[in-house]
Design a binder for this molecule. Structure first.
Ligand code: SF4
Ligand code: SF4
Length: 148
């Protein structure tokens, strides 16, 4: 991330959630767990790991993967308590949620237009817009876009 708010507390390199069976990493949002990242993880308890390169809360990995350098990049990252990126990530997430809310309003609007016209061509045109808007809403389904 370009704005460096990190205070080097090391909290994000502990309590890393991962699903080893399905190769899913719940760290910078939900992402595929690579072999490289997997090899860095030491089990703590059920699906929770600490990075083996974390020493006295500092990273000792001379060639850390890009995802570490870019962390936190996802607006849907679950940040540790007191992470200094909390405000920035909140704003990014809010921006996406606003966009989705606007799309949902437009879906209601185009549905109303479909009900008020008998022109099939117009109806199809509105339906195409609704489908494309809905696709974008569904893109964030796993993060709760249905209720935004
Ligand atoms: S938890 Fe946040 S502030 Fe702490 S090291 Fe990670 S990114 Fe930096
Ligand atoms: S390599 Fe460094 S930055 Fe990446 S998870 Fe491990 S300790 Fe954290």
């Amino acid at each position: 991330m370009t704005n460096d708010f990190c205070n080097k507390c090391g909290a994000c390199c502990k309590n890393i959630k991962a699903d080893m069976y399905n190769n899913i990493l719940f760290w910078d949002g939900k992402m595929p767990l690579t072999e490289e990242f997997k090899s860095m993880l030491i089990p703590e308890n059920n699906n929770v790991y600490t990075c083996r390169y974390l020493k006295e809360n500092l990273c000792t990995n001379p060639s850390k993967p890009d995802i570490c350098n870019n962390y936190p990049s996802s607006p849907f990252v679950e940040l540790p308590e007191n992470c200094h990126y909390c405000g920035l990530i909140f704003m990014k997430r809010e921006k996406i949620q606003q966009k989705i809310r606007k799309l949902k309003e437009e879906i209601i609007h185009y549905n109303a237009l479909i009900d008020t016209t008998k022109d099939k061509k117009e109806q199809n045109q509105y339906q195409r817009i609704i489908t494309s808007h809905q696709k974008l809403v569904d893109k964030y389904k796993e993060y709760g876009s249905k209720d935004w």
